[in-house]
Design a protein around this ligand. Structure first.
Ligand code: FPP
Length: 240
């Protein structure tokens, strides 16, 4: 418990394959994925993880069939309606990052309401990445910086890493120490490209709907066995 990651990020993958294995539609996998979202959120809050960030819908996911996109949007709206009071009761703050203006208005409005309702909660921040991609986020940050420079509010020589991260949507959270990806895929898939620079990656073959609390504990225990050097040598770390 003394070496718990403060921030865990998750690429929830494998819903479609989970459904296919049972001869069902992809949407059935997403519906069952919500159970895993609940289990992992609960486990993180119980342990004392302060930030949990879930890749729920990528910018690229807009290219899926209209039927699947519609089903995911409806599922999102139902989940917000059903789960917000539980989040609130458990002192969890809901947060969203991504190009949320692209979401259907009913989802956007429901999300904003849930975010407002839970904004003062401080046990854990649950961030849903919706219509999100890391390159999009970095390009947005560059655009905001350029606008500030154009208005004369920022000098180019003052743009460094510390300055840049203020323009990212994650500017109020620490970088994730641990990234988990399910379903056997070992890619970053345009997730938190800036923020994952020094994160430990944990991959598991489990498909997302099958991922439960024990799987999360396995990932954390695995993370705790690693030495994080941040570019230093083991000897330098031990000299501290
Ligand atoms: C990846 O599986 C999963 C998604 C693209 C959507 C994730 C959504 C959920 C877990 C449920 C909804 C979440 C919330 C927060 C309401 P995939 O479809 O890429 O699976 P595949 O790789 O097997 O095809």
């Amino acid at each position: 418990m003394s070496r718990l990651p403060e921030h865990i990020a998750v690429i929830m993958d494998g819903n479609g394959r989970w459904a296919k294995k049972q001869g069902k539609m992809r949407v059935f996998g997403h519906q069952n994925g919500v159970g895993a979202v609940r289990a992992v959120s609960e486990a993180c809050a119980e342990l004392g993880v302060k930030y949990l960030t879930l890749y729920a819908f990528s910018t690229e996911n807009w290219n899926r069939s209209q039927m699947e996109v519609d089903a995911l949007m409806k599922l999102l709206s139902r989940t917000i309606a059903e789960e917000t009071s539980t989040l609130h009761k458990n002192n969890i703050r809901l947060n969203v990052i991504g190009d949320v203006q692209r979401l259907p208005k009913y989802n956007y409005d429901a999300l904003m309401k849930a975010i407002e309702e839970t904004k003062n909660n401080d046990r854990m921040t649950l961030t849903l990445c919706l219509s999100y991609s890391g390159r999009w986020e970095i390009a947005q940050a560059a655009r905001m910086i350029a606008e500030k420079v154009k208005r004369g509010e920022l000098q180019p020589e003052h743009i460094d890493e510390r300055c840049f991260l203020n323009f990212l949507q994650t500017n109020d959270m620490p970088d994730p120490e641990l990234l988990i990806r399910t379903s056997g895929e070992e890619r970053i898939s345009n997730f938190l490209l800036w923020q994952l620079a020094y994160s430990e990656f944990y991959f598991t073959d489990k498909l997302w709907p099958d991922f439960g609390k024990d799987d999360l504990y396995d990932a954390i225990i695995n993370y705790q066995s690693r030495e994080r050097r941040f570019g230093k040598t083991t000897e330098q770390l031990n000299d501290k």
